[in-house]
Design a protein around this ligand. Structure first.
Ligand code: FES
Ligand SMILES: [Fe+2]
Length: 317
Protein backbone atom coordinates (compact mmCIF):
# COMPACT_ATOMS: atom_id res chain seq x y z
CA UNK A 1 0.00 0.00 0.00
CA UNK A 2 0.98 3.62 -0.42
CA UNK A 3 2.00 5.04 2.97
CA UNK A 4 -0.60 7.26 4.65
CA UNK A 5 0.80 10.67 5.70
CA UNK A 6 4.35 9.95 4.58
CA UNK A 7 6.95 11.31 7.00
CA UNK A 8 4.58 11.67 9.96
CA UNK A 9 5.84 10.57 13.38
CA UNK A 10 3.68 7.79 14.81
CA UNK A 11 3.37 6.83 18.45
CA UNK A 12 3.31 3.04 18.15
CA UNK A 13 3.57 1.97 21.79
CA UNK A 14 4.24 2.92 25.37
CA UNK A 15 7.01 0.98 27.10
CA UNK A 16 4.47 -0.61 29.45
CA UNK A 17 2.74 -2.27 26.47
CA UNK A 18 5.84 -4.23 25.50
CA UNK A 19 6.61 -6.14 28.70
CA UNK A 20 10.13 -7.54 29.05
CA UNK A 21 11.63 -9.93 26.51
CA UNK A 22 8.31 -10.53 24.77
CA UNK A 23 7.74 -10.09 21.04
CA UNK A 24 5.14 -7.38 20.28
CA UNK A 25 3.80 -7.13 16.77
CA UNK A 26 2.66 -3.95 15.13
CA UNK A 27 1.45 -3.14 11.62
CA UNK A 28 2.23 0.31 10.28
CA UNK A 29 1.30 1.44 6.78
CA UNK A 30 0.92 -2.12 5.59
CA UNK A 31 4.22 -3.42 7.02
CA UNK A 32 4.50 -5.75 9.98
CA UNK A 33 7.23 -5.23 12.57
CA UNK A 34 8.22 -7.00 15.75
CA UNK A 35 9.31 -4.99 18.79
CA UNK A 36 10.80 -6.16 22.04
CA UNK A 37 12.27 -4.61 25.15
CA UNK A 38 15.09 -6.17 27.14
CA UNK A 39 15.67 -6.13 30.89
CA UNK A 40 17.77 -2.97 30.56
CA UNK A 41 14.91 -1.13 28.86
CA UNK A 42 16.46 -1.10 25.38
CA UNK A 43 13.81 -1.42 22.68
CA UNK A 44 14.40 -3.11 19.32
CA UNK A 45 12.25 -3.33 16.22
CA UNK A 46 12.70 -5.49 13.12
CA UNK A 47 10.81 -6.23 9.96
CA UNK A 48 8.57 -9.11 11.06
CA UNK A 49 9.33 -11.30 8.03
CA UNK A 50 12.02 -13.91 8.68
CA UNK A 51 14.63 -13.70 5.90
CA UNK A 52 14.88 -17.52 5.78
CA UNK A 53 11.39 -18.75 4.83
CA UNK A 54 9.24 -15.74 5.77
CA UNK A 55 7.76 -16.91 9.08
CA UNK A 56 6.44 -14.14 11.37
CA UNK A 57 9.20 -13.40 13.88
CA UNK A 58 6.61 -12.08 16.35
CA UNK A 59 5.42 -15.68 16.87
CA UNK A 60 8.93 -16.57 18.06
CA UNK A 61 10.63 -15.93 21.37
CA UNK A 62 13.39 -13.76 22.87
CA UNK A 63 16.72 -15.32 23.89
CA UNK A 64 17.64 -12.92 26.66
CA UNK A 65 21.26 -14.12 27.08
CA UNK A 66 22.11 -13.24 23.45
CA UNK A 67 19.62 -10.40 23.03
CA UNK A 68 18.08 -12.07 19.99
CA UNK A 69 14.67 -13.01 18.68
CA UNK A 70 14.29 -16.63 17.58
CA UNK A 71 12.12 -17.45 14.58
CA UNK A 72 9.22 -19.79 15.38
CA UNK A 73 9.83 -21.88 12.21
CA UNK A 74 13.48 -23.06 12.31
CA UNK A 75 14.68 -21.18 15.40
CA UNK A 76 17.25 -19.01 13.62
CA UNK A 77 18.11 -16.03 15.82
CA UNK A 78 18.44 -12.35 14.89
CA UNK A 79 19.67 -9.49 17.03
CA UNK A 80 18.21 -5.98 17.22
CA UNK A 81 20.31 -4.94 14.20
CA UNK A 82 18.85 -7.79 12.13
CA UNK A 83 22.09 -9.84 12.09
CA UNK A 84 21.97 -13.61 12.17
CA UNK A 85 23.32 -15.32 15.30
CA UNK A 86 24.26 -18.90 14.55
CA UNK A 87 26.38 -21.39 16.51
CA UNK A 88 28.09 -18.63 18.50
CA UNK A 89 28.84 -16.50 15.39
CA UNK A 90 27.30 -13.12 14.57
CA UNK A 91 26.70 -12.24 10.93
CA UNK A 92 28.42 -9.09 9.69
CA UNK A 93 25.44 -7.80 7.65
CA UNK A 94 21.83 -7.34 8.71
CA UNK A 95 19.58 -9.86 6.91
CA UNK A 96 16.37 -8.21 8.01
CA UNK A 97 15.92 -4.47 8.45
CA UNK A 98 15.65 -2.78 11.82
CA UNK A 99 12.96 -0.12 12.14
CA UNK A 100 14.30 3.18 13.41
CA UNK A 101 12.66 4.30 16.68
CA UNK A 102 12.60 7.52 18.66
CA UNK A 103 11.98 7.02 22.38
CA UNK A 104 10.75 9.93 24.48
CA UNK A 105 9.33 9.68 28.01
CA UNK A 106 8.60 5.94 27.67
CA UNK A 107 6.81 6.60 24.40
CA UNK A 108 7.99 4.75 21.32
CA UNK A 109 7.74 6.68 18.07
CA UNK A 110 8.69 5.87 14.51
CA UNK A 111 8.56 7.41 11.06
CA UNK A 112 8.15 3.93 9.60
CA UNK A 113 11.50 4.26 7.85
CA UNK A 114 10.56 7.44 5.92
CA UNK A 115 12.28 10.81 6.05
CA UNK A 116 10.73 12.92 8.85
CA UNK A 117 8.44 15.69 7.61
CA UNK A 118 7.66 17.12 11.05
CA UNK A 119 9.33 16.60 14.46
CA UNK A 120 8.05 14.22 17.13
CA UNK A 121 5.69 16.43 19.16
CA UNK A 122 6.57 17.18 22.78
CA UNK A 123 2.93 17.45 23.83
CA UNK A 124 3.02 14.38 26.09
CA UNK A 125 5.97 15.57 28.17
CA UNK A 126 4.55 19.08 28.48
CA UNK A 127 1.08 17.97 29.51
CA UNK A 128 2.02 15.04 31.75
CA UNK A 129 4.63 16.98 33.77
CA UNK A 130 3.87 16.44 37.46
CA UNK A 131 1.31 13.69 36.77
CA UNK A 132 1.69 9.97 37.25
CA UNK A 133 1.11 7.38 34.58
CA UNK A 134 -1.99 5.29 35.31
CA UNK A 135 -1.84 2.87 32.42
CA UNK A 136 -2.90 2.14 28.87
CA UNK A 137 -6.56 1.66 27.99
CA UNK A 138 -8.60 1.09 24.86
CA UNK A 139 -5.97 -0.68 22.76
CA UNK A 140 -7.90 -1.48 19.61
CA UNK A 141 -7.63 -2.11 15.93
CA UNK A 142 -10.49 -0.24 14.26
CA UNK A 143 -12.01 -1.45 10.99
CA UNK A 144 -11.96 2.01 9.47
CA UNK A 145 -9.73 4.35 7.50
CA UNK A 146 -7.29 6.66 9.24
CA UNK A 147 -9.19 9.78 8.21
CA UNK A 148 -12.50 8.43 9.55
CA UNK A 149 -10.85 7.39 12.79
CA UNK A 150 -9.16 10.74 13.34
CA UNK A 151 -12.28 12.72 12.39
CA UNK A 152 -14.22 11.46 15.41
CA UNK A 153 -11.53 12.93 17.70
CA UNK A 154 -12.28 16.37 16.23
CA UNK A 155 -16.05 15.89 16.18
CA UNK A 156 -17.70 17.94 18.96
CA UNK A 157 -21.22 16.61 18.50
CA UNK A 158 -20.85 12.85 18.71
CA UNK A 159 -20.85 12.66 22.53
CA UNK A 160 -24.63 13.29 22.43
CA UNK A 161 -25.18 10.06 20.53
CA UNK A 162 -22.09 7.87 20.66
CA UNK A 163 -21.33 8.47 24.35
CA UNK A 164 -24.80 9.35 25.63
CA UNK A 165 -24.99 6.53 28.17
CA UNK A 166 -21.58 7.20 29.62
CA UNK A 167 -21.77 10.94 30.07
CA UNK A 168 -25.41 12.00 29.65
CA UNK A 169 -24.43 15.29 28.02
CA UNK A 170 -27.10 18.00 28.01
CA UNK A 171 -25.22 20.87 26.48
CA UNK A 172 -21.87 21.38 24.83
CA UNK A 173 -20.06 24.69 24.25
CA UNK A 174 -16.77 25.39 22.51
CA UNK A 175 -15.49 28.75 23.74
CA UNK A 176 -12.01 28.24 22.24
CA UNK A 177 -10.72 26.72 19.00
CA UNK A 178 -7.22 27.79 18.00
CA UNK A 179 -4.84 26.19 15.59
CA UNK A 180 -1.34 26.76 14.47
CA UNK A 181 0.15 24.39 11.93
CA UNK A 182 -0.34 20.83 13.12
CA UNK A 183 -1.17 21.87 16.68
CA UNK A 184 -4.69 22.76 17.76
CA UNK A 185 -6.38 23.54 21.03
CA UNK A 186 -10.05 23.34 21.90
CA UNK A 187 -11.80 24.22 25.14
CA UNK A 188 -15.02 22.34 25.64
CA UNK A 189 -17.65 22.99 28.33
CA UNK A 190 -20.11 20.23 28.99
CA UNK A 191 -23.27 20.15 31.10
CA UNK A 192 -24.32 16.73 32.25
CA UNK A 193 -27.85 15.61 32.99
CA UNK A 194 -28.60 14.36 36.51
CA UNK A 195 -27.41 10.82 37.05
CA UNK A 196 -30.04 8.35 38.12
CA UNK A 197 -29.28 5.61 40.67
CA UNK A 198 -29.39 3.20 37.84
CA UNK A 199 -26.71 5.16 35.98
CA UNK A 200 -24.50 5.22 39.06
CA UNK A 201 -24.83 1.50 39.64
CA UNK A 202 -24.05 0.77 36.03
CA UNK A 203 -21.16 3.18 35.86
CA UNK A 204 -19.88 4.53 39.20
CA UNK A 205 -17.47 6.81 37.34
CA UNK A 206 -20.38 9.24 36.76
CA UNK A 207 -20.09 10.12 40.45
CA UNK A 208 -16.63 11.48 39.82
CA UNK A 209 -17.81 13.78 37.04
CA UNK A 210 -19.16 17.20 38.03
CA UNK A 211 -22.39 18.59 36.55
CA UNK A 212 -20.49 21.01 34.39
CA UNK A 213 -16.95 20.48 33.43
CA UNK A 214 -14.36 21.95 31.18
CA UNK A 215 -12.12 19.78 29.10
CA UNK A 216 -9.08 21.03 27.25
CA UNK A 217 -8.21 19.18 24.09
CA UNK A 218 -4.88 19.57 22.41
CA UNK A 219 -3.93 17.95 19.16
CA UNK A 220 -0.60 17.09 17.62
CA UNK A 221 -1.79 16.12 14.17
CA UNK A 222 -1.83 13.38 13.04
CA UNK A 223 -0.72 11.09 15.87
CA UNK A 224 -2.16 12.54 19.08
CA UNK A 225 -5.37 13.82 20.58
CA UNK A 226 -5.05 14.78 24.25
CA UNK A 227 -7.84 15.52 26.67
CA UNK A 228 -7.34 17.09 30.09
CA UNK A 229 -10.06 17.60 32.65
CA UNK A 230 -10.12 18.52 36.29
CA UNK A 231 -12.50 16.29 38.27
CA UNK A 232 -13.32 16.63 41.99
CA UNK A 233 -11.04 13.68 42.75
CA UNK A 234 -8.16 14.90 40.63
CA UNK A 235 -6.86 15.85 37.23
CA UNK A 236 -6.92 13.37 34.37
CA UNK A 237 -4.98 13.45 31.12
CA UNK A 238 -5.79 11.10 28.26
CA UNK A 239 -3.46 10.80 25.29
CA UNK A 240 -5.20 9.09 22.38
CA UNK A 241 -2.71 7.69 19.89
CA UNK A 242 -3.75 6.76 16.37
CA UNK A 243 -1.77 5.27 13.51
CA UNK A 244 -2.62 3.67 10.16
CA UNK A 245 -2.14 -0.09 10.15
CA UNK A 246 -3.37 -0.52 6.59
CA UNK A 247 -5.50 1.52 4.19
CA UNK A 248 -8.65 0.28 5.95
CA UNK A 249 -7.48 -0.55 9.49
CA UNK A 250 -6.44 1.96 12.17
CA UNK A 251 -4.82 1.31 15.51
CA UNK A 252 -5.61 3.24 18.66
CA UNK A 253 -4.65 3.16 22.33
CA UNK A 254 -4.88 5.68 25.15
CA UNK A 255 -2.21 6.62 27.69
CA UNK A 256 -3.83 7.80 30.90
CA UNK A 257 -2.13 10.06 33.46
CA UNK A 258 -3.57 11.43 36.68
CA UNK A 259 -2.90 13.69 39.56
CA UNK A 260 -5.28 12.72 42.38
CA UNK A 261 -6.31 15.46 44.80
CA UNK A 262 -5.61 12.95 47.56
CA UNK A 263 -3.57 9.71 47.40
CA UNK A 264 -6.58 7.67 48.57
CA UNK A 265 -8.28 8.45 45.24
CA UNK A 266 -5.51 6.88 43.22
CA UNK A 267 -6.82 3.27 43.12
CA UNK A 268 -10.33 4.53 42.41
CA UNK A 269 -9.07 6.67 39.54
CA UNK A 270 -6.98 3.79 38.25
CA UNK A 271 -9.93 1.42 38.10
CA UNK A 272 -12.74 3.62 36.94
CA UNK A 273 -10.94 6.00 34.64
CA UNK A 274 -9.18 3.21 32.75
CA UNK A 275 -12.41 1.31 32.31
CA UNK A 276 -14.33 4.45 31.30
CA UNK A 277 -11.65 5.24 28.70
CA UNK A 278 -11.95 1.67 27.40
CA UNK A 279 -15.70 2.18 27.02
CA UNK A 280 -15.21 5.49 25.19
CA UNK A 281 -12.89 3.83 22.66
CA UNK A 282 -15.32 0.92 22.28
CA UNK A 283 -18.16 3.35 21.50
CA UNK A 284 -16.11 5.43 19.03
CA UNK A 285 -15.00 2.23 17.30
CA UNK A 286 -18.59 1.10 16.94
CA UNK A 287 -19.60 4.48 15.47
CA UNK A 288 -16.80 4.24 12.88
CA UNK A 289 -17.31 0.58 12.03
CA UNK A 290 -21.09 0.71 11.63
CA UNK A 291 -21.38 3.85 9.47
CA UNK A 292 -22.20 3.46 5.79
CA UNK A 293 -19.88 4.83 3.08
CA UNK A 294 -19.69 8.64 2.99
CA UNK A 295 -22.07 10.83 1.03
CA UNK A 296 -22.22 14.63 0.98
CA UNK A 297 -23.80 15.70 4.30
CA UNK A 298 -27.25 17.30 3.99
CA UNK A 299 -27.12 18.73 7.52
CA UNK A 300 -24.51 20.85 9.28
CA UNK A 301 -24.03 20.95 13.04
CA UNK A 302 -22.22 23.65 15.05
CA UNK A 303 -18.44 23.41 15.46
CA UNK A 304 -17.99 21.01 12.57
CA UNK A 305 -15.30 23.32 11.21
CA UNK A 306 -12.96 21.74 13.78
CA UNK A 307 -13.44 18.36 12.13
CA UNK A 308 -13.11 19.88 8.65
CA UNK A 309 -9.86 21.48 9.78
CA UNK A 310 -8.40 18.04 10.58
CA UNK A 311 -9.65 16.61 7.29
CA UNK A 312 -8.00 19.51 5.46
CA UNK A 313 -4.67 18.85 7.21
CA UNK A 314 -5.02 15.25 6.09
CA UNK A 315 -5.82 16.11 2.45
CA UNK A 316 -3.14 18.76 2.17
CA UNK A 317 -0.38 16.87 4.03
S1 FES B 1 11.62 -19.26 8.47
FE1 FES B 1 12.60 -18.31 10.08
S2 FES B 1 14.16 -19.64 10.60
FE2 FES B 1 13.25 -20.54 8.90
FE1 LIG C 1 -15.64 9.79 21.14
Amino acid sequence: MEAILLGAPWLIAHRSMLGINKPYKITLNGQDYVLWQNQQGEVFALDNICPHMQAPLSDGWICSDRGTIACPFHALEFDGQGRLHNAGKVGSQPLTSPLELVIQDDCIWTYGGYTPKIPVPNLISTLSAGMSFLGVAGEKSIRGTFVDSISINYDYNHQNGTHRELFGIKANRIPVFEHDGYHAQVVQELDRADSTWNDILKNPVVLTAPKTYTGILEYAFPALTTFRADFPIGEVLQVHALYPETATQTKTFVLVYSQPKHPIFKPLMGRFILSAVGTVVEQDTRAIETSYPHQPAKIRLPNEEIMFHAQKLYREW
